[in-house]
Design a protein around this ligand. Structure first.
Ligand SMILES: Cc1ncc(COP(=O)(O)O)c(C=O)c1O
Ligand SMILES: N[C@@H](CCCC[NH3+])C(=O)O
Length: 417
């Protein structure tokens, strides 16, 4: 296995200054302020294109971008233009996807706790596929559909009891996780659900976790689904769709090794060879992750016990991943002077966990310098909060030598002094 061709090349140094495509990052900082999430349109298009072309070896494929990774309207619109549908988990994400021009029929509604209101709204909108998490959800959906004289197309999400070998907080396919129906319980449940008037049950779904760095657990899970599909057909069911979820990891560190898209597609081709179904994919991180950076400005370099603290104006409310999962995001000065320093990098939020890096060898930075945290295009702005009454940072989309503000800085009115 080899790593993906790294997309951070869309954020590269020109004449000693870090640029997003053709735009020097200081120009964006000047225009919009910091912290700011910066996305590269070319990186998004490239990742989307490479995902689709890798899967072109498979006979029948639908791709639904996992909106939770990056729900920015301009990003969704761009991906819609690349032929992506949407995988949503809330009424809010449904609105975003529809507003971005994604057809309702190209939307998959996942999520372990859809409310009756969300199910009803999704039915009214004509959402293409509901991924059911439990039998009762199927019953409620069927009755809501009947009451509206409609039919709901659904698949049943399976928990295959496979450990994705990723961070425990983003592993979803193990026994004991809240997601999906235990695989042993699926056949009988499928029999019952398929008899419900108003519901067209057409297959199964799974998603075993995110930032998966190894294909083996995915292959094992898909294999189990293959046996399940055969079993369901033997019971007389017509299985026309299988939703294989998302989960592919990206290289956050320069030496991270992750599966190539070609290796993934080849594995899927091998495992699903005889399935004769339409396959759905729900990629998030692998499409958007490397297409964004979080630009920040150094407020202070503060002396520390072992190492200085580089206090930046971005914080855990802008990028929660390090605090939540001890995640690594590469730090790079926008205009490095060639010197290095060992430092902790922290935000202004009043928690000791608001730290982006500990004892890290980084470009030397001083008060007022600009820097970026890399690979924040997925689960960056998407997970932002207003903790400490801090604003949601703006988002900018760069395309060639132009850029556009695609989300304004936002501070709820009641926080404004
Ligand atoms: C059901 C479902 N589909 C797709 C995704 C997208 O995952 P990723 O961003 O790892 O591709 C997730 C998040 O893990 C998910 O929960
Ligand atoms: N938020 C997680 C991924 C969760 C995936 C959603 N099921 C991350 O940043 O890595």
């Amino acid at each position: 296995m080899t790593g993906h061709r790294t997309l951070v090349t869309y954020f590269s140094s020109q004449d000693g200054v870090l640029c997003a495509e053709g735009v020097p990052l200081p120009v964006i900082a000047e225009a919009v302020g910091t912290p700011v999430h910066v996305y590269s349109a070319a990186a998004l298009r490239d990742a989307a294109h490479r995902f689709r072309s890798a899967l072109a070896i498979l006979p029948s494929v639908r791709v639904a971008f996992a909106v939770k990774a990056n729900p920015n309207g301009a990003v969704l619109h761009l991906l819609a233009g690349c032929g992506f549908g949407a995988d949503i988990v809330s009424g809010g994400e449904m609105r975003r996807a529809l507003d971005a021009g994604i057809a309702a029929s190209d939307i998959v509604f996942s999520g372990v706790g859809k409310t009756d209101r969300e199910l009803a709204d999704a039915l009214a909108a004509g959402i293409g596929q509901f991924n059911l998490e439990l039998e009762e959800e199927g019953q409620v959906l069927a009755s809501l559909a009947r009451a509206r004289g409609r039919r709901a197309t659904a698949v049943l999400r399976v928990n295959p009891n496979v450990d994705g070998r990723t961070h425990a907080k983003i592993s979803t396919g193990r026994r004991g996780n809240k997601f999906g129906v235990a695989i042993a319980d699926v056949p009988a449940m499928y029999d019952r659900l398929s008899r419900l008037e108003g519901l067209d049950l057409v297959g199964v779904a799974l998603h075993i976790g995110s930032q998966l760095r190894d294909l083996a657990p995915l292959e094992e899970a898909y294999d189990r689904i293959g046996y399940l599909v055969a079993d369901l057909r033997a019971r007389g069911h017509v299985i026309s769709r299988v939703d294989l979820g998302g989960g592919l990891g990206i290289p956050y560190r320069a030496d991270d090794v992750v599966p190539t898209l070609d290796a993934y597609a080849a594995m899927v081709g091998r495992v699903t060879r005889d399935w004769d179904v339409e396959l759905t994919f729900e990629p998030g991180r692998v499409v958007a992750g490397l297409a964004g950076v979080l630009m920040t400005r150094v407020i202070w370099v503060k002396p520390g016990a072992d190492h200085p603290f580089v206090i930046v104006d971005a914080a855990m409310n802008d990028l929660a991943r390090p605090a939540l999962y001890d995640a690594f995001h590469r730090f790079e000065a926008v205009a490095p002077d060639g010197e290095r320093m060992v430092a902790n990098i922290a935000g202004p939020v009043c928690e000791s966990g608001d730290v982006f890096a500990v004892a890290r060898d980084i470009d030397r930075v001083r008060r007022g310098d600009l820097a970026v945290l890399h690979a924040t295009g997925a689960y960056g702005a998407a997970m932002a909060s207003t903790y400490n009454c801090r604003a949601l940072s703006p988002q900018v989309l760069v395309d060639g030598d132009r850029f556009e503000i695609v989300a304004d800085r936002y501070l709820p009115e009641e926080f404004a002094a």
